[in-house]
Design a protein around this ligand. Structure first.
Ligand code: ZN
Length: 621
């Protein structure tokens, strides 16, 4: 039957490529760190060894690898310093403080040796990036072991990491070790550190830290030798046998993208259990001024984890630590460092935000540098909703501040597309509004497009589908498409890649055997439209106009009785609908009464017909 056996074999090979699963390119690298460091609390110098097993799961042969050396940013003339002294709206915490650091206050990471599988590597340091040429190419599917010796000086705390923060916390040890950069289907992500976002490789950490025994350490992961350390880590009732001399703490963390810690001799340590969730640890200084607030925060933290677990997916680790330190609030896997001396409201607000990062930075771990809106925005969105639930305030208004920040950015003329790399925004204002506020609005507006039920189902499905996998924007919107049955890429493309605006208006209201309302799309950004008609008898009717681009509509959200209308083709500037009641019976009309549309001019969204139609006939706008 077959002309020859090779023909069939060739045919198989030809088609084999097409039969590969579509997501085959989504391999991810893996790391296993074993570190042993000693910190001298008098000189603030740290020496250490790092054994890093690196698994190349890519299809590429790697001849180089890159590490981040973040402490090097805290030196006069570093890119972070120069950037801060040249940007028009510098971060008040940084300004020219790096420029003014003295030799014994700067940070550095000196690599003393680096071997790959026992052979010396060639390496060079360029600012905060270490470029390593491998003596032996790392083949696809192979693993290799890097052995490094390093010496660091912990900088005076300027931004995030460092010693002696403004509340007197001794060490905020974040971005503190030579950290391998991520390599993925987009290549290396070895960005110079200019104070913004991060990215990391999934893996395991086994970290031994030796220091003065009067210091208490808090950080990522679980303390393995709690019975030798104590300080509230031991099982209740255990007798702690602390050895003489400096104390070694051994933390392990599995399946995380980073490891952070903090140390202070004055830390108190409280523990609290989240029902069906992690054990929470609180570390804060013995200080009568803050004790009460930290105790009160514990209840909020427990309820926050319960709400997040139920609404956005289950936190997968068995512990989480809230640690006084740093310079505001900063998220790390399984822990956060936050300032501790503010008001209860401020403290709780920061804690809610940082803990919510566990879902987006800690577990989904999208590339924050490329897509800060998927981390900061989604985090702000969920923590704002959690806060509304915890404080029993209006959920509908939970995101009003984010909308206002977006509108204000436009008014200032500073808006830039949010698709760009976080380091490269012209101003801190544009970066922070794009990441936090516009990321939040992106989600709340998506809720408007696909309906509330689909939205929350989609958020949980996204978390469960993409946890531990570094999702990309398209991965998110595909989940939302699948859950809603709608086409949504147009929405993400407009919101993320452009600075186009949404502006719908009520153009005319005319009577001619019924009431004819003409709506106009004044902005370049098309959207489906909710129009609510309030009648003089007090009843309301929602007219729902789907956008043709979505290829369908959202389910009835059952807030106001709804009538479904024909689609609005996105190219059409206007749309006319008929209301089957005389205009005399209508009190008012309103586009988007839920205020979820980021409509830049809400004044033209309403029409008050209580004085007749005159004002809305033949209007030339
Ligand atoms: Zn954040």
């Amino acid at each position: 039957m077959f002309r020859n056996k090779f023909f069939f074999f060739t045919l198989l090979l030809t088609f084999a490529g097409h039969w590969l699963p579509a997501q085959d390119y989504r391999w991810q690298q893996r790391v296993e760190y074993v570190m042993d460091v000693t910190l001298d609390v008098k000189t603030h110098k740290m020496t250490g060894t790092q054994k890093l097993t690196y698994y190349n799961n890519s299809k590429d042969t790697l001849r180089k690898v890159y590490y981040h050396l973040y402490f090097n940013a805290f030196q006069p003339g570093s890119m972070m310093d120069v950037r801060s002294r040249n940007i028009s709206d510098p971060d008040g915490r940084v300004k020219d403080r790096i420029f003014k650091l003295k030799d014994d206050e700067i940070g550095y990471q000196h690599i003393q040796s680096l071997k790959q599988d026992g052979k010396d590597t060639q390496y060079k340091v360029n600012g905060t990036v270490l470029e390593v040429t491998l003596p032996k190419a790392l083949l696809p599917g192979a693993k290799t072991v890097f052995d490094m010796k390093f010496e660091s000086q912990v900088p005076l705390q300027v931004r995030r990491s460092g010693r002696n923060n403004r509340e007197g916390v001794a060490y905020s040890m974040t971005q503190w070790y030579p950290k391998l950069a991520e390599y993925d289907f987009q290549g290396w992500h070895a960005y110079q550190y200019v104070a913004r976002e991060f990215h990391g490789v999934w893996g395991d950490f086994d970290v031994k830290i030796t220091l003065d025994p009067t210091f208490v350490i808090a950080g990522t992961g679980k303390l393995k030798n709690a019975d030798k350390v104590g300080y509230g880590y031991e099982e209740p009732g255990t007798t702690v046998k602390r050895p003489a001399g400096d104390l070694t703490w051994n933390f392990v963390a599995k399946n995380v993208i980073d490891f952070a810690w903090a140390a202070d001799p004055d830390y108190l340590h409280d523990r609290a259990q989240v029902p069906n969730g992690p054990e929470l640890h609180f570390f804060y200084q013995k200080n009568d001024k803050i004790l009460d607030n930290w105790k009160k925060m514990e209840g909020f933290a427990i309820r926050h984890f319960e709400h997040m677990n139920k609404t956005f997916g289950k936190y997968p680790y068995d512990s989480y630590s809230i640690i006084q330190g740093g310079d505001g609030g900063m998220e790390y896997p399984m822990c956060t460092l936050i300032l501790g001396e503010g008001s209860l409201g401020g403290l709780v607000g920061v804690m809610l935000h940082e803990a919510a990062h566990s879902w987006y930075q800690g577990v989904l771990a999208s590339n924050e540098s490329l897509y800060p809106w998927m981390d900061e925005g989604f985090t702000d969105f969920s923590s704002q909703e959690s806060e509304a639930v915890l404080l029993n305030t209006s959920l509908a208004e939970a995101h009003a501040g984010s909308y206002n920040a977006y509108f204000s950015l436009i008014k200032k003329g500073l808006q830039e597309p949010i698709s760009q790399h976080s380091d490269h925004y012209n101003t801190n204002t544009a970066y922070s509004t794009a990441s936090y506020a516009m990321g939040t609005v992106f989600l709340h507006q998506l809720k408007y497009i696909i309906g509330e039920e689909n939205f929350y189902k989609g958020m949980r499905l996204y978390f469960n589908t993409w946890k531990f996998r570094h999702p990309e924007p398209n991965d998110f919107i595909r989940v939302m498409e699948k859950v809603s049955g709608l086409q949504l890429k147009w929405y993400m493309s407009y919101w993320v890649n452009t600075t186009k605006k949404i502006d719908y208006s009520i153009k005319t209201v005319l009577e001619n055997g019924g009431t004819f309302v003409t709506l106009e799309r004044m902005g370049e950004f098309p959207m489906p439209v909710d129009l609510v008609v309030t009648f003089k008898d007090g009843s309301k009717q929602l007219y729902y106009i789907p956008l043709n681009e979505t290829m369908g509509g959202k389910p009835d959200e059952k807030v106001i009785p709804r009538k479904d209308l024909e689609v609005w083709p996105w190219v059409n500037p206007t749309y006319t609908l008929k209301i089957d009641r005389p205009a005399a019976e209508i009190a008012s009309l309103e586009i988007d009464p839920s205020q979820r549309l980021a409509d830049v001019d809400r004044k033209n969204n309403t029409a008050d017909l209580s004085n007749g139609l005159k004002a809305y006939s033949n209007i030339i706008r």
